[in-house]
Design a protein around this ligand. Structure first.
Ligand code: WTA
Length: 680
């Protein structure tokens, strides 16, 4: 999250979004839900923090129970479950063997449909993790506390690698596979990794990509910055065959499948790690400055993601759970790997593009594997709605539960997800949280609370959100006023620090509202999320987006999301993005970019409809300077729309680096359009 959040002087945004009605979960869902006891909210009330989190820690197996639930002596760098000894690999694998040895832990779905799905049982996972751990220990000489960078695509080998590393207390730092070698290098350098683990290739859009080339780039660049990678371990996408064209570097690069032969049958006892030992780093980029390595601990993090997977995702061991995120993001760490596997679920890992080879692919996977819990992001939901609005109905699957995460979901899109994807039967949770927070902050508990489209829901049990204005006063709920959403208390899933930069950790997330910088009392250290939000009377929170995503038109502060949501009311619109344009009088005015659903041609009529919707839903103040119909939005690899680039095009300024985009080619197409508009 960005540093510039601290520069925002005014948090209040008028909200024009209407509150939607409630959708109660079905009685069928409630009857089987893991959590239906409303008293959990009382048990985990603010006055019961931190002791209430014992309930979560008790879902895990400990070698030694902790002495102190929360050590605040170095606030706001907290230590959870101090004195406890635990191992994450043991909790995700070994402890399930007695009952679930033959159960599938991971369904790996290759992108090409002609390649068979791999089903890795818990027993097989245990064997493969043990052998790989032996290799890491013996061949690489790795030990607890070392850092290893991973740059792996979505395959079963990725969680195998993570679980092998944490088995001996090595801290993993997985870099999203779609990122460049340079991005990987920056993270290698920051974490001082001497070992890089990667794969030769993976499938994307039907073709095998040479991924090994990025390892070479990463090592070269890291060396320039003074960090030598001594060993590169390369998994083979097709074991026994090298799928990349980039040559191996003698003495540095090693094929995992060749080395592994020396470790067949080897077993490595999990290392008993202190609860507060770091489990992994997850880098997240602000818009300025170098990426921040969010450091997550072992016991606290694992307890939090296990409990939230159980109560919010409603995972039972017999469920087939599919989270479509990439493991390279926090969602994948918490809710593909650690949470689901700690609960002995079957977790689906899909290699490729959700719409490859056609718009029905996701629903075929769901049907064929019997997926009953589905988890994705609004960007994917909008894309699926755009390319195949009628596809879900053609497949025979049943979702009891669905999740949305990553950005606010427009009520129109929520309703499509509910009616068409969930066939009106699934309970939906809209989970609001961050890389930094490890797990969910706001969401409904699906067996207890009704859903409300567009609202994430109340604070999770034990999470106590508060909306503060710029002076640190609480913005009361129910008044339709927005402010900075903060969390009043620590919780076990929160990150421990920014790797190697405690000052940045404190100044970015706590300084703003800290009551006393010398205090050892957590009550003095509210956590600043950097998001703007509104709390309704019922305590449900509506996230408006990053504080810096606010547009100020003639003194009226409009959230980009509310403008975009208004445009999505128009039938033909699939996606919308708003950017501020400088205007002499109004300060700024909005430019609206829209992409259409298939089958619709751009027309003046659609543009007029969008303008009307902005006026009807929000007011004349929201009318756009211009509505652009674009073939697609520039998006990051994780699917977030890059408004910065659209804004640069609209404002005629430099678009900057577009290489991190998933679709850099779209930028030129939009620039061409803009030139034509300027000539008019
Ligand atoms: C946004 C992803 C609205 C928010 C887990 C947050 C959301 C940022 C939601 C973190 C949601 C995430 N509703 N906004 N359900 N979930 N966000 O670190 O602005 O990739 O601060 O973590 O995404 O993104 P990150």
């Amino acid at each position: 999250m960005a540093e510039e959040r601290l520069d925002v002087s005014e948090a209040q945004i008028a909200s024009h979004w209407k509150e939607e009605g409630y959708y109660p979960p079905s009685s069928k869902f409630v009857a089987q839900a893991n959590m239906t006891d409303e008293k959990i909210y009382d048990r985990m009330a603010l006055e019961n923090v931190p002791d209430c989190f014992k309930e979560y820690a008790d879902l895990l197996d400990w070698y030694k129970y902790w002495d102190e639930i929360l050590d605040t002596s170095d606030a706001p760098c907290y230590k959870w479950f101090k004195g406890g000894l635990i191992n994450a690999s043991y909790n995700c694998i070994d402890r399930h063997l007695a009952k679930n040895r033959n159960k599938t832990a991971i369904h790996f779905v290759p992108e090409l449909e002609e390649e068979r799905v791999q089903h890795v049982t818990y027993q097989e996972l245990w064997v493969r993790v043990n052998e790989f751990t032996a290799l890491l220990q013996d061949f690489c000489g790795l030990k607890a506390g070392d850092r290893v960078t991973l740059h792996m695509p979505m395959t079963a080998e990725l969680p195998i690698t993570m679980l092998a590393l944490c088995r001996i207390g090595v801290i993993h730092s997985q870099v999203f596979g779609g990122f460049s070698g340079k991005a990987c290098a920056d993270r290698i350098v920051d974490s001082q990794s001497e070992v890089l683990i990667t794969m030769d290739g993976y499938y994307r859009g039907g073709k095998i990509m040479d991924h090994k080339i990025k390892a070479n780039e990463a090592c070269d660049e890291a060396a320039k910055q003074g960090q030598t990678v001594k060993k590169v371990l390369i998994w083979q996408r097709h074991p026994g065959k090298y799928s990349a064209e980039t040559p191996m570097v003698e003495g540095r690069d090693f094929i995992v499948n060749d080395l592994l032969k020396n470790y067949y049958g080897k077993r490595v006892e999990p290392v008993k790690m202190p609860a507060e030992a770091p489990l992994f780093l997850m880098y997240t980029s602000g818009t300025t400055g170098k990426p921040k390595g969010c450091q997550h601990g072992t016991g606290g993090y694992l307890a939090y993601v296990t409990a939230t997977s159980k109560y919010v995702q409603d995972i039972h061991p017999e469920d087939v759970y599919w989270c479509m995120a990439d493991i390279g993001w926090i969602t994948g760490h918490s809710y593909i790997v650690y949470g689901p596997l700690a609960l002995a679920a079957s977790s689906v890992i899909y290699e490729g593009i959700p719409t490859y080879p056609d718009a029905g692919r996701c629903w075929r996977i769901a049907q064929d594997l019997g997926v009953n819990i589905f988890h994705t992001a609004p960007t994917a939901i909008r894309a699926l709605r755009k390319v195949g609005p009628d596809e879900p109905a053609k497949y025979d699957y049943y979702f009891k539960h669905m999740t949305t995460v990553g950005e606010p979901i427009e009520p129109e899109v929520w309703k499509w997800y509910y009616e068409v994807v969930g066939k009106g039967k699934a309970a939906i949770v809209d989970t609001w949280w961050q890389t930094e927070t490890g797990g969910f902050l706001c969401s409904t508990l699906p067996g207890i609370k009704a859903m409300k489209p567009g609202s994430a829901g109340p604070g999770m049990p034990g999470i106590h959100p508060i909306i503060l204005d710029d002076d640190g006063n609480e913005v009361p709920s129910g008044e339709g006023k927005a402010g900075n959403i903060c969390i009043q208390n620590p919780w076990p899933g929160m990150f421990q620090t920014i790797w190697g930069d405690r000052d940045r950790f404190v100044s970015n997330y706590f300084k703003r509202y800290c009551k006393d910088p010398n205090s050892k009392d957590w009550r003095d250290w509210p956590y600043l999320t950097g998001d703007a939000a509104i709390m309704a009377e019922d305590g449900y929170v509506r996230i408006l987006g990053r504080i810096d995503d606010v547009i100020n038109v003639s003194g009226h502060r409009l959230g980009t999301k509310e403008l975009e949501s208004a445009a999505l009311v128009v039938e033909e619109v699939a996606e919308a993005a708003v950017v501020p344009i400088k205007h002499e009088i109004k300060g700024v005015e909005p430019d609206m970019f829209i992409a259409l659903k298939p089958g619709y041609e751009p027309s003046e009529e659609i543009i007029a409809k969008v303008q009307k919707a902005l006026i009807d839903e929000i007011g004349p103040i929201a009318k756009a300077r211009k509505v652009w119909i674009v073939p697609d939005m520039p998006k990051t690899r994780s699917g977030k729309i890059m408004r910065r680039i659209l804004a640069a095009i609209s404002n005629n300024t430099d678009v900057g680096d577009t290489m991190t985009l998933a679709n850099p080619e779209i930028v030129e197409a939009i620039q061409e359009m803009a030139k034509k508009f300027d000539k008019k």
